[in-house]
Design a protein around this ligand. Structure first.
Ligand code: C5P
Length: 414
């Protein structure tokens, strides 16, 4: 993850409650990454946590005082109050990570005998918990019942991972890596965003058109812009389905991914979900052609110098098939297409917007080295159905995605 600021997180105040699990050392990384992303991180440590990591470590990575005792004053935006009130009042979110069985029990039963427990009672901000403990402990009825109580009160559980513990045992209870924790925080903070309650279908990646069991034809699309769009849509509170032909990218937290290979599979999946979508963003680079026949066996290299002739046939145009069904379904309400062009960018893009019946078309010039396929930045022009044209400066794909999502939210709000 790069440390570029994220609009949703920038300037937010997050309370990080750290409790006494060996996974404490990973919470240092979480505190550090959140700080780099522009978050004001106030750390509260339990006494047991301080056996593993010192407050100074968190202070060094957050640049802020670390709170360890409920008998001190100051904290958050109310410096004259006792710490827990100041911290609780000013927080946008409280995440307890790692959360031990002991702290989960305190939170579930309303105990108020340390600064973290008392702050959790005092805050009205959303609470996330990321349990970390040995597998049998995590599976114990006591822990599971406490988790059920907390979830019943609206606390968000970040499911622990399966894997090997410091003890050598294997099971469910491992503390997740930082990107997943930050994903969960984004997902919770975004819940009340501009796309709250909206379903977005987003496609990503370059399709693969098989020739035989081992070969396929594809293109240079990495899927990065599509994944950035999925993250931006989730940040804005949407339910996101990502129909992905991309490889090796991690899906944003809370986003449902449907992997596909070919243009045909992508088309079938898009059409299946068309009626449920408020908006469709076709960021995928769909292959225009596919091999006419797919050989069951690997195509052999013949002796001699005979060339191999491939016969290609046209793939269905997914956006055109969506347009056709949209006449009856009236859904999705908003459809966004992409155009990658190497010449006459705007003229081709305008023609495409009209022919495919789009609300927005995002055009990029693929001849520029810093934009388009595979790189992390993009330079696009957004055309709309009313003849409008908006050129964005060179920016990260994350920022381009945020902007496109804002435009989609505006259209859905009209
Ligand atoms: O016509 P062209 O391929 O340039 O159009 C690009 C846009 O159309 C993209 O949004 C792409 O995802 C979509 N597309 C499609 N079906 C195809 C080819 C492209 O929906 N067969």
């Amino acid at each position: 993850m790069d440390s570029e600021r994220i609009t949703l997180l920038d300037g937010k105040r997050i309370l990080l409650g750290v409790t006494g699990s060996i996974a404490c050392y990973k919470a240092v990384d979480l505190a550090s990454k959140l700080t780099q992303l522009g978050v004001q991180v106030d750390v509260i440590m339990t006494e047991a946590a301080q056996q593993f990591v010192t407050p100074l470590t968190f202070q060094a990575v957050t640049g802020r005082p670390v709170y360890t005792s409920m008998w001190t004053s100051g904290g958050g935006s109310l410096p004259t109050h006792v710490a827990h009130v100041g911290l609780a009042e000013s927080a946008d979110l409280l995440i307890v990570a790692p959360a031990t069985a002991n702290t989960l029990a305190k939170l579930a039963h309303g105990l108020a005998d340390d600064l973290l427990a008392i702050t959790a009672l005092a805050t009205t901000a959303p609470i996330l918990i990321s349990p970390a403990m040995d597998g049998h402990m995590y599976a114990s009825l006591a822990v599971q019942e406490n988790l059920a109580i907390l979830q019943g009160r609206g606390v968000t559980l970040i499911e622990p991972e399966t894997g090997r513990f410091a003890s050598g045992l294997v099971g469910v209870g491992r503390f997740p890596e930082t990107p997943k924790l930050i994903g969960a925080i984004r997902h919770r903070l975004g819940r009340s965003g501009a796309l709250k309650g909206k379903n977005l279908v987003i496609t990503a990646g370059g399709t693969r058109e098989p020739l035989d069991p081992v070969r396929f034809i594809t293109n240079r699309s990495s899927g990065k812009q599509g994944y950035a769009l999925a993250q931006a849509a989730a940040d804005a509170g949407a339910e996101v389905m990502l129909i992905s032909a991309a490889r090796g990218l991690t899906a944003p937290y809370g986003v449902q991914v449907i992997p596909v290979e070919s243009a045909y599979q992508m088309q079938q999946t898009v059409l299946t979900h068309q009626a449920g979508a408020d908006a469709l963003i076709m960021a995928a680079a769909v292959a225009d052609f596919r091999p006419r026949t797919i050989s069951d066996q690997k195509i052999k290299k013949t002796s001699g110098n005979d060339p191999l002739t491939l016969h290609l046939e046209k793939n269905p145009d997914i956006l055109l098939s969506v347009k056709e069904r949209r006449r009856d379904l009236h859904r999705p309400r908003v459809v966004v297409g992409f155009a990658a062009e190497s010449e006459d960018l705007i003229a081709h893009a305008r023609e495409k917007l009209e022919r495919k019946g789009l609300d927005l078309l995002v055009a990029n010039d693929i001849t520029a080295k810093d934009a388009g396929f595979d790189v992390d930045t993009n330079r696009v022009v957004i055309l709309d159905a009313r003849g409008g044209q908006e050129a964005l400066e060179l920016a990260s794909k994350a920022h381009v995605a945020e902007h496109i999502i804002q435009r989609v939210a505006q259209l859905l709000g009209q």
